[in-house]
Design a protein around this ligand. Structure first.
Ligand code: ADP
Ligand code: MG
Ligand code: MG
Length: 210
């Protein structure tokens, strides 16, 4: 199975649903080590993406990703909007003008998304951010693609790695973003952006039919 523009739109819809369902949880997580708005930021951004998709039908995976990127960057005030937006913009570039994405293409998309987040936010592995989820997710995706998995299998591998990786941010001391202002007191809490990345990847994988 390959991933078409319609599949990307369906994945974005699944992402909007999961973010809405976990809005309160993400707010509470961000209350512990940030400013209590991550759930609101993500929900506002994804609702704006859905609104935009009511009036436009992207005809390639890249066009769908770029639409979402542009809307997230312009509608989310927090750090997460430009970071997720940049990830999706880079993913769109990686998708090029392909009509369908196979397993290796989806893995390349994830790697490009990660590269975008790092280029924008300069976080390193272990800084307690969404990068701590994207690195193992992109690696798992690459391995799955090399093992011959299709786009759904690649997403499933990424999502599985992401769940565990988000939980692994709990003991870390934050070195980027608002949580870093807390220093040692940021330890003992899962990073909200790590959690939202894992939720999104889980939703994308489920939407791909696994
Ligand atoms: P804000 O911190 O501006 O209120 P959000 O609460 O929406 O924005 O997003 C916070 C999340 O953004 C953090 O949990 C973290 O995962 C992520 N984040 C913050 N700064 C960076 C960065 N420099 N690089 C990568 N991710 C970051
Ligand atoms: Mg916040
Ligand atoms: Mg904020």
């Amino acid at each position: 199975m390959s991933c078409t523009a319609d599949d990307v739109v369906a994945a974005l819809r699944a992402g909007a649903d999961v973010v809405a369902a976990h809005r309160g949880e993400l707010v509470e997580m961000d209350r512990e080590i940030g400013d209590a708005d991550h759930g609101e930021n993500m929900d506002r951004g994804f609702r704006a993406v859905m609104a935009k998709l009511d009036t436009s039908s992207p005809d390639t995976p890249a066009a769908a990703l770029k639409l979402a990127a542009t809307v997230l960057i312009s509608s989310v005030g927090g750090a997460s909007g430009p970071l997720y937006g940049t990830a999706l913009l880079r993913a769109a570039s990686a998708a090029g003008d392909a009509a369908e994405l196979d397993g290796p293409a989806v893995a390349a998309l994830l790697q490009s998304g990660l590269d975008g987040v790092v280029a924008r936010g300069h976080a390193e592995l272990g800084d307690k951010t969404m990068v701590d989820v994207l690195v193992p997710a992109a690696e798992a995706a690459g391995n799955a693609a090399e093992g011959g998995q299709d786009s759904a299998g690649v997403l499933r591998s990424a999502a599985q790695a992401a769940q565990e990786a988000a939980e692994n941010t709990r003991p870390l001391v934050a070195r980027k973003g608002r949580a870093s202002y807390l220093g040692e007191r940021s330890a003992g809490h899962v990073d909200p952006g790590a959690r939202s990345t894992a939720l999104l990847l889980g939703a994308f994988a489920e939407s791909a039919g696994v």
